[in-house]
Design a protein. Structure first.
Length: 270
């Protein structure tokens, strides 16, 4: 299993004194999409359009103002082990080793010790840290720490993997290496993934589909299939064509965000 459905999702924040928004903030009014079982879907959009807000709602970390979210047909009402989350910040337990961090969720699930040990060994190998299982986070590079975060999320075998700009804090070379690693891990696991990024090339390289969010109040203005063969070359003409389509759509969204900001500023002055 692993189907994610988002139906007519709405998120509004009420007006607060000193916020500069007299009528509150409408992040989005009607966001609807489905991520099918085993599908990798990325969400991109101009800064402030609500990408991370969508992911936090799917994760159950916040409650929407309206609409519904379903994982395998079950309504999301809060956090759950059916969703694994990887954030941009590594958020590892510094007192636990690589193996200990990956085992943490399995202990919460009361997985027997022998089965837990076998599962951790599989995941450590999967994320390319077989020789670093006994290392602590402060002994690892940024890319390696993010591999641990990914391994911890995968260890509980979630129906859906949620990733919020997981490589945003990495340098360019490490980021590309992690994209390559994630692409290989996805080919092996075929997990359902909702991936938030501001990087168009990253989205094209990893995804089956890319959703483009417009400016506030956001809506999905493009749902682009990335019908390119796996393993992908970033230098193919067909790859670059997909990039150009998304760049054009995203450029329009950024312009819309600017227009919306000017309109809000004028409204607040009136």
């Amino acid at each position: 299993m692993g189907e994610l459905r988002v139906e007519r999702l709405r998120m509004h924040y009420p007006a607060r004194r000193g916020s500069g928004h007299r009528t509150g903030l409408r992040v989005f009014d009607d966001i609807t999409f489905t991520v099918g079982e085993g599908e990798f879907v990325s969400v991109i959009g101009a800064s402030g359009c609500g990408k991370t807000t969508v992911l936090n709602l799917v994760a159950g970390l916040n409650a929407p103002s309206g609409g519904s979210i379903f994982v395998d047909g079950h309504a999301v009402t809060g956090p759950g082990l059916d969703r694994g989350i990887v954030f941009q910040e590594f958020a590892l337990f510094p007192w636990l080793t690589v193996a200990g961090n990956i085992a943490f969720g399995l202990k919460s699930l009361r997985v027997p010790a022998k089965e837990r040990s076998e599962r951790v060994a599989q995941i450590v190998d999967l994320v390319g840290l077989k020789n670093f299982a006994d290392y602590y986070p402060n002994q690892l590079s940024g890319g390696m720490r993010q591999r641990v975060g990914l391994g911890r999320a995968l260890a509980i075998n979630p129906s859906v993997l949620l990733m919020d700009e997981p490589f945003g804090a990495l340098d360019a070379a490490t980021r590309e290496a992690m994209q390559n690693a994630l692409a290989e891990i996805w080919i092996e696991t075929r997990k359902t993934v909702l991936f938030i990024t501001h990087d168009i090339r990253e989205a094209v390289f990893l995804s089956d589909r890319v959703l483009v969010l417009s400016g506030r109040p956001s809506q999905i203005v493009l749902d682009l299939p990335i019908d390119l063969p796996r393993r992908r070359s970033r230098h193919d003409a067909s790859f670059q064509e997909k990039e150009q389509i998304l760049e054009f759509a995203l450029g329009g969204c950024a312009s819309q965000m600017g227009d919306a900001g000017e309109a809000a500023a004028k409204s607040d002055k009136q």
